[in-house]
Ligand binder design. Sequence first.
Ligand SMILES: [Zn+2]
Length: 365
Amino acid sequence: MAWQQILGHDKNVERFAGSLKRNRMASTFLFVGPAGVGKRTFALQLAQGLLCESNADDSIDPCDQCPSCQQVIASTHPDLIQVSRPPGKAFIPVELFIGDKEHRRQRGLCHDIGLKPFSGKRKVAIIDDADFLNVEGANSLLKTLEEPPSDSILILIGTSEQQQLSTIVSRSQVIRFAPLSEEHVATILGRIQLETEIPIEQLAPASGGSIERAKKLIEPEVLEFRNSFHRKLASLDPAANGYTKDMLGFIDGAGKDASAKRDRAVLAGDFAIEFYSHWLASLTGADANTCDPSVKSAIEMTPDTSDHDTNEIAVRIAQCIETTVMMQRKIRSNVSSANAVEMWLRDLGRACRGQLVDAVDDLVV
Ligand SMILES: [Zn+2]
């Protein structure tokens, strides 16, 4: 496809086009940004442009027609290496980088990227889910990052620099991807034609700029849960009236699969962060018009804080966000959802009342 079809990341497109034209393309990139904003699509488009047989050597525009382009689209190009976390695995297995024990350094990404390109142009490797690189996996990559084979490009994709090991970040050029605008989300949702009764005009503002989030919102009861959870958060005591049970019911609604349940708990955290960050922005008068209706009406339901010191309120809201990030981190490291969620909702109430003083310290530990 044409680069114009990649929405919301024009600056990054210009950056790559310019550096290739000037022959100053780095060899290792770390793409960071929220899930579902198009980082992987961008990486594949770039790979296609770099491997295309018909375009000029200094162009990232793919022709879409040549055998190389067709192979990238079909994920069968011999010079495109793709690695991601297999379903159900906590980390990307080191074997995918350096081969299994019988074939150490004879197979895997680090070996394959050093082979002569089949098409004669270059090798491109994409590591998706870089958030799930463990120390062993990252160490196995170091030699390749330090001495990248000539004409090779390696792209790691993760959600933030903070999630990556410093050994990776220090050897990569970091490329940031921002959330998509509501308009771009609406355009993309129109293209992919989700099977849902929920109108795009309702989904786009609720998506937080993420297509992945929009896809989750169309699952049964998720949008309703989100909107009612926002109102619950506005009450400032989300653990009251047995709400923890409702929350756990929502998490269990993901089905029997444990990782799907963890995703639900993390999603609930994302909804909370969405509410708190908009509330924080509204304290300074920013953001009032661009806000999603559910968040906006929930913020209107929060108690009047005009008698309070705005800084103090801001600190409490920031603590709510920190507490939420901490809960998500616990869930991702397989702490029991029930315990983590119960403690989280209770701590949100304490933070709102100004009774939570240790959230930041806990986060650092
Ligand atoms: Zn082509």
